[in-house]
Design a protein around this ligand. Structure first.
Ligand SMILES: O=C(O)c1cc(=O)[nH]c(=O)n1[C@@H]1O[C@H](COP(=O)(O)O)[C@@H](O)[C@H]1O
Length: 255
């Protein structure tokens, strides 16, 4: 039984997850744009074009060659202008004591600007406590599955990820996954590896279409190259947005 985003608001408790659902409903968009480009200017230009169509911007801030703190100031301005949240895809994967420094210190100071972050669960629950200690209202997304071929996220691993999420509901608001990993509607499923014109990249990435992703349980689809490598990123983002949101509406209707 698929719940509408409006109904999900009643069971989702994390403030950032609630904020995200409200944006999804306002903009009729469950599209996250993964802006994996390496120059600040290019990144800002892309986000300025794609911003109207997305609920969430995903960054890999450490791939930007000319990073300065001004970049995140500008990204936050665009987030306000176009009404989206920001997810820094740092994939934390170390001891609690180490990740809290990676999250709040260094040159990126992620805890001062990101709305969502993600973490691998291979380390055990200490990673969640470490990140939570220095978080400023961020929502944590646990990586339960990966889209890469040959990944090691087997059933037992996914089960452990679920248990860690259930034990940390005040901080964990969902999963990176390729299909719905729980019937618990209070967690959001973020699904990467979505592209309607390619099935893979020769480096392990495996793509599904927006409607396939939503049918498998995506609440939010994550699209990178499908948008930023397109000749018209704004029009293509609009297309991904409409395909994913229509797939969600169709799923509700078919219930
Ligand atoms: O955590 C992620 O977002 C992620 C997990 C995963 O299993 N697969 C995956 O592709 N991603 C990220 O999602 C984005 C996908 O980009 P494209 O393959 O270009 O659409 C990249 O930034 C990846 O780092």
């Amino acid at each position: 039984m698929v719940k509408s985003f409006s109904d999900r608001l009643k069971c989702v408790s994390h403030p950032k997850a609630q904020e995200l659902i409200n944006i999804i409903l306002r903009k009729k968009s469950n599209l996250c744009f993964s802006a994996d480009v390496t120059e600040s200017q290019k990144l800002l230009e892309l986000v300025d074009k794609v911003g109207p169509h997305i609920c969430l911007l995903k960054t890999h801030i450490d791939i930007v060659s000319d990073f300065t703190p001004d970049l995140v100031t500008e990204l936050r301005k665009l987030a306000k202008k176009y009404d989206f949240l920001i997810f820094e895809d740092r994939k934390f994967a170390d001891l609690g004591n180490t990740v809290q420094k990676q999250f709040s210190e260094g040159i990126y100071k992620i805890s001062s600007w990101a709305d969502f972050i993600n973490a691998h669960v291979v380390v055990g629950p200490g990673i969640i406590t470490g990140l939570k200690n220095v978080a400023h209202n961020q929502g944590l997304i646990l990586i339960a599955q990966m889209s890469a071929a040959g990944n090691l996220c087997h059933q037992a691993y996914i089960k452990e990820a679920l248990m860690m999420a259930e034990d940390n509901r005040s901080f964990v608001c969902g999963f990176i996954c390729t299909e719905s990993v729980t019937s618990d509607e209070s967690f959001l499923n973020f699904v990467p590896g979505v592209n309607f014109s390619s099935s893979g990249d020769g480096l392990g990435q495996q793509f599904v279409s927006p409607s396939q992703a939503v049918q498998k349980g995506a609440d939010v689809i994550i699209v990178g190259r499908g948008i930023y490598q397109s000749s018209n990123p704004a029009a293509t983002a609009k297309e991904y947005k409409e395909l994913a949101y229509t797939a969600y509406l169709n799923l509700l209707e078919s219930e």
